[in-house]
Design a protein around this ligand. Structure first.
Ligand SMILES: Nc1nc2c(ncn2[C@@H]2O[C@H](COP(=O)(O)OP(=O)(O)O)[C@@H](O)[C@H]2O)c(=O)[nH]1
Ligand SMILES: [Mg+2]
Length: 254
């Protein structure tokens, strides 16, 4: 069993990509299942095989503990790890090839609180990989690009498993797509775009951060994917296969 955790900022395309990967593997005669770990989600573009909302009800938490919507979603996310045994049992009974974990809308609730990293490290399976989704619509300037790479690096440090960084919504980027992929692939290209930024103080700071990520091995390439027209999904599937065949010891990703 291979676990694929799908993380990223709110609205970056996690749930849509979960549904697309599910269908991708079904079409290739693998056996994938989907698990919704977002207790606060209302509508999903797929029918989850296991759903954390069956175990944790945000509305009940609101009433019982007199919480607002935000507080109850935080509490519900903190409770995910308490349900790991039930979720593990359901998954073991199904015994799939791929387990697609769709994670809470707000990345910090999963990656930066204790529950999410506990869940990732204690869930039992053969291989684990995290897909970190960088929202294509937020990668508009080289400074934004580096700040999101920094977030991707922080998530990698928290979850401590192999990670693939994905640029989502490639269909909406038009001519910007090659520029953003150029920033990911070439320091020269990124730094020359940073040199053109008006705010030179922040541009220098961003350059330093980017060089530090490169030096420490945290910088990763980006795979551009569209959850809308599926462009790029075969590259993603190939990167996933490489990690699965290399085994869990690989923490590098692409
Ligand atoms: N055009 C386009 N829209 C996308 C893509 N990925 C997600 N969306 C849309 O962006 C919105 C948020 O996506 P969702 O999967 O719910 O994001 P999540 O909060 O990360 O789970 C939805 O309206 C999706 O249809 C994509 O690759 N291309
Ligand atoms: Mg979602």
């Amino acid at each position: 069993m291979n676990a694929i955790f799908i993380t990223g900022t709110a609205g970056s395309g996690k749930s849509l990509l979960t549904s697309r990967l599910l269908q991708w593997y079904i079409d290739r005669e693998s056996f994938p299942i989907s698990i919704n770990l977002d207790p606060g989600v209302v509508n999903l573009p797929y029918k989850p095989d296991v759903d954390v909302r069956d175990f944790i009800d945000v509305n009940t938490l609101m009433e019982t503990y007199n919480l607002g919507p935000n507080g109850s979603v935080i509490m519900a996310s903190d409770m995910i790890a308490t349900r790991i045994d039930e979720i593990q049992d359901e998954v073991n009974n199904l015994n799939p090839d791929y387990i697609l974990f769709d994670t809470p809308g707000q990345i910090e609730l999963f990656a930066f609180r204790i529950s999410g990293s506990y869940f990732v490290s204690h869930f039992q399976c053969d291989n684990k990989v995290n897909l970190f989704l960088c929202d294509g619509m937020l990668m508009s300037t080289p400074i934004n690009f580096v700040s999101i790479q920094l977030l991707a690096s922080a998530v990698k440090l928290r979850l401590k498993i192999a990670q693939i960084n994905i640029l989502t919504k490639r269909d909406l980027l038009a001519e910007k797509l090659n520029e953003v992929l150029g920033w990911a692939a070439s320091t020269v290209s990124l730094e020359s775009s940073l040199d053109k930024e008006k705010d030179s103080e922040y541009s220098l700071l961003t350059k330093d951060l980017s060089r530090t990520m490169k030096k420490s091995g945290l910088h990763q390439n980006l795979i551009a994917v569209s959850g809308s027209d599926l462009n790029g999904i075969s590259n993603l599937s190939a990167a996933l296969s490489r990690i699965v065949s290399q085994g869990e010891e690989s923490i590098g990703g692409t």
